[in-house]
Write a protein that binds this ligand. Structure first.
Ligand SMILES: [Zn+2]
Length: 255
């Protein structure tokens, strides 16, 4: 994988945003590969001019490319709220490809955000554009990166070094079973998975998770049954093969 962008076209563009979009798209088109199957090719789609989308010609997995100088950590601005939420609820959310490059256009990091972790809870509605704006009333959205489990973030290039594609695809495919949970319910499952990962222990207890009750309540402030939901989600994660029940309120994470 070549980590240097071809900057020969850069002078054709005066706008920094346009230059960044064109150069990063060109790089990704030549170097990006599918994480869901063995395809080494991703094709650019023409249907959306605001977001850069790519599609795997073999398995139809979709990708949305975002490029930056400084990687955002809390949230990521995306397009129309209704459009992304529609994709999330219909199970066709794209995997996000977060590309970070330096001032010389060398790729530093490329991190995928697995599409099965994009649930309604992580899509935040922005205020409608004001009446004086060209697109008055238009509602955009933000993706709350800080609400997404670390498992969703799969590193393809780390600190200027490309990772082994087979290991990358393995990390991506590990979570394919989450597709068995409907998009509306999956937010609870991925949140519980994230809370378990935050415990940083393969073996943990129900009590450990109960101690995080206020963190669950931050995401679901109107839910008055957090503890029963935690127990329900542990069963969901067990049925998906991500956990084993050891008895007496003790569990082993299998991922
Ligand atoms: Zn594919």
């Amino acid at each position: 994988m070549l980590l240097q962008c071809d900057t020969s076209l850069a002078d054709l563009y005066t706008s920094g945003a346009q230059k960044s979009r064109v150069l990063s798209e060109l790089w990704f088109e030549s170097n990006g590969y599918c994480l869901s199957c063995d395809s080494a090719v991703l094709r650019r789609t023409q249907c959306n001019t605001r977001a850069t989308d790519f599609l795997c010609p073999t398995c139809d997995q979709s990708y949305e490319l975002k490029s930056f100088r400084a990687q955002p950590t809390r949230s990521l601005v995306d397009g129309a709220y209704s459009s992304l939420m529609g994709k999330v609820l219909s199970g066709s959310a794209p995997t996000l490809m977060m590309l970070q490059r330096n001032e010389c256009w060398t790729i530093q990091n490329l991190t995928a955000i697995h599409h099965l972790f994009l649930t309604p809870e992580v899509i935040e509605k922005r205020a409608p554009l004001s009446n004086t704006a060209r697109r008055a009333g238009w509602v955009g959205c933000k993706i709350r990166l800080d609400r997404i489990s670390p498992d969703a973030k799969i590193s393809i290039i780390t600190a200027g070094r490309a990772n082994d594609p087979e290991a990358v695809r393995g990390a991506f495919k590990r979570f394919e079973k989450l597709s068995m949970v409907s998009p509306k319910k999956r937010g609870w499952t991925t949140l519980t998975l994230g809370m378990i990962r935050n415990l940083q222990a393969q073996i943990f207890t129900l009590k450990d998770l109960y101690q995080r009750e206020s963190d669950f309540a931050n995401i679901y402030p109107t839910n008055k049954n957090i503890r029963p939901k935690i127990r329900q989600q542990l069963q969901v994660l067990r049925d998906l093969g991500y956990l084993r029940f050891l008895g007496s309120g003790t569990y082993r994470a299998l991922i």
